[in-house]
Design a binder for this molecule. Sequence first.
Ligand SMILES: [Mn+2]
Length: 384
Amino acid sequence: MNREIIVLGDIEMGGGTLTDDFVADESLARLIKLYSRKAHPVELILNGDTFDFLKCPYIDADGRRSYPRYITAQVSLKKLQDIHLAHRRVFEALQFFLKNEKNKVTFIIGNHDHDLFFKEVQKELKKMITAKKNVSFGLYYRNYGLYAEHGQQYDFLNKINKNKPFITYRRQKILNIPWVALGIISNFLTLKEEHPFLERIFPRPTLFSHHKLVVKKLSWRSLEYLIKSLIYYPIRYINDPTYFIPRTLLRELYRRFKKVHWDVDSIVSVFKRKRKRLMKKNYLHILGHVHEHYVEEGKGDWILLHPDTWRDEYKMDGRTKRVVPKTKKYVQIAVEDNQISSWELKKWPLKQKSYLFNELIKDEISFLKKAAKSENFELIPGRV
Ligand SMILES: [Mn+2]
């Protein structure tokens, strides 16, 4: 083997608050360290949403929390520091991995870490993991017949404007994030704080059928946001670009609202339709974003994969009402003579436990702490 490539995604490390859903620091650090000292070069591709800047609050000098919609480099840098503090182990593992100068890390930019577009954030992150020239950032990775991309570009609600990552508002450079992301920031993160564990449970229809209160809250909040976006915000914030709602979105939003459907649609079908030419040129295609396990081997000699998520996520059994942790996965790829010689979608063992839904909803925060403890994740006092 000349080279090895490891791809994993949707880690979603946050600021250690109620909106942070990553606890598997110990396991992830162990995985990264395992690949740090190989005789051959190893490339680690973190396929988007490595950090959850989107759901991470901005904590000011007085400890006050907010979810600002005007995200300047300063706001993103403070969030990065809080993420660093909460997930030191992962940063240290990356540092250890990069000490071997043959190794490389690529951060693919997803919709939860759009903040990585800021050069200031890239610079600070590189400093935190003492990167030299072996760290890079981008919207996709393409080499040796491997193509990796986060996948938000095939989900039109979360699609980002890749040609215009920033906008100017009141002479400040701010992130140009999608309308839906702004809606989440301004309307739904307080709900996430009220129900921090529920948001980790899938499939959503099973969850909703057992928790009518949350459906009600979610539906009302969505309706309120939609109505305000249509008739109030355009007048109230006439010169504010962050309140602009693209017309094409409205139809889709209306359709989703009718069905209480807020999950991401299959991006695989969109990718296959839109990237035909790309798929002819490459062999292995890896997408993230939807937090699913997916393997498709196509006739034209191509593979399409989703290696699922690394955040603390569960599947609920509608009959037993048992909430079972998902298995964490990564793609291991061997490269020989500049070509993929083999690949495998591997499982990485975790120590998370399963819980009973009816117990869990009585006190979500105590179960949040249990989940953290099962992975030896140390919560920062005062953050949760
Ligand atoms: Mn995503």
